[in-house]
Design a protein around this ligand. Structure first.
Ligand code: 1CP
Length: 354
């Protein structure tokens, strides 16, 4: 099974793309660019096709998923597509009663807080998410040489939603469980690691040529707590897909103090938010890994000149890196002018063309 080869759905054109080359720290024709949350709320064409369709339902319709995933590729000429879904989709697929409430985010009907609650976190099988396999089949055909990034929420970030019952600023119920019931916490994260691994495998086997593990909220932890209480589960996820040989990206917000550990967990590419310049991030991560990032998504609300100046700073800080994937430091904000994103892609491509 451990072939070290990407699944056959990955064509030579995809393998030779600037994005995958940068992830592998090979020379690139230009610095590749994509944006976290590039599909979705910033695009009028997204609002048009989503009209009247609840978020979670839209994630189960293969044609719609493929269309929404393609929209930013067509519009911005980004170097990679990211599969349109949400981090809670695999949890919904195993029967957790949850919804994505507009303007709020994921809301869990019965939070997971006791040992008995763990039984509700059953294994995920490919049949639970057959729409994912179908949508990725449509996408790899339509994308041609553009790589598709699959993704999942990391165990800590998924646990934060499951334990709190929804979005949370301070993660206090989650931390109470983590510090107060360490064995239950470890078992919860291990369950989530199994589910996440199964979900990433489905995406890779269907044709995703890279994966990103979003640990969006893990920056709330200290390095010591991360190492003890989170890293084993995230490492298990990365290990479980290592044999496919597809690049594994790891991202979180406010993780400046965790960058080294997040790389150590098993990432090939470490995502960096805008708080740490990429040259400093490279020192923290150490050799042998590419970096992704890291322009502040809020800068896109400024003038084109200010955006270019910031982009230039990012490119300069990245000039000594072995591999750099240009991105934002977090997701595209919903009210971003899409023209600003298109201009930014063009700027990075022309500035870095070799
Ligand atoms: O192009 C894309 O990347 C869009 C696909 C996408 C992704 C990658 C969506 C659609 N969600 C996500 C991941 C996601 N979901 C993360 C990790 C990325 C990040 O940190 O930004 C997280 C933390 C979530 C949870 C979530 N889902 C939130 C955040 C809530 C909070 O805690 O503050 C929200 C608002 C959602 C809903 C959601 N997901 C996606 C969309 C388009 C929406 C808006 C809902 C809608 O349109 O009805």
């Amino acid at each position: 099974e451990a072939t070290g080869q990407q699944p056959s759905a990955t064509t030579d054109a995809v393998k030779d793309s600037a994005f995958l080359k940068a992830c592998r720290r090979e020379p690139v024709p230009h610095t590749p660019v994509w944006f976290m949350r590039q599909a979705g709320r910033s695009l009028p064409e997204y609002h048009k096709v989503r009209e009247g369709i609840p978020m979670l339902e839209s994630c189960t319709r293969p044609e719609l998923v493929a269309e929404i995933t393609m929209q930013p590729v067509r519009r911005h000429k980004v170097d990679a597509a990211i599969y349109f879904s949400d981090i809670v989709v695999p949890l919904k697929a195993i029967g957790i009663d949850l919804d994505i409430k507009p303007g709020v985010g994921p809301v869990i009907a019965n939070p997971i807080r006791s040992r008995a609650d763990l039984d509700r976190l059953r294994d995920l099988t490919p049949d639970d998410v057959s729409y994912v396999t179908e949508a990725i089949g449509l996408l790899t055909a339509e994308l041609g040489g553009t790589p598709l990034i699959g993704f999942a929420g990391a165990p800590f970030t998924l646990a934060s939603y499951l334990v709190e019952g929804g979005p949370s600023r301070n993660h206090e119920i989650t931390k109470a469980l983590m510090y107060g019931e360490p064995e239950l916490w470890a078992d919860l994260l291990d369950r989530l690691a199994e589910i996440t691994s199964a979900f990433l495998k489905v995406q890779i086997e269907a044709g995703a040529s890279a994966v990103q593990l979003f640990d969006s909220w893990v920056g709330a932890l200290s390095p010591a707590d991360y190492r003890r209480s989170v890293m084993p589960a995230s490492a298990k996820v990365f290990d479980s897909v290592a044999h496919y040989g597809v690049p594994r990206i790891h991202f979180g917000v406010g993780t400046g103090e965790l960058l080294g550990l997040m790389g150590e967990a098993g990432a090939d590419v470490v995502g960096v938010d805008w708080r740490v310049p990429l040259d400093e991030a490279a020192r923290r991560v150490g050799p042998g890994k590419a970096l992704q990032g890291n322009i502040d998504p809020a800068i896109l609300f400024s003038t084109p000149e200010a955006v270019e100046e910031k982009a230039r700073e990012v490119l300069d800080a990245a000039s000594g890196l072995e591999g750099h994937v240009f991105n934002l430091g977090h997701g595209v904000l919903p009210t971003t002018d899409p023209e600003a994103l298109t201009r930014l892609v063009d700027y990075v491509h022309t500035q870095t063309a070799r």
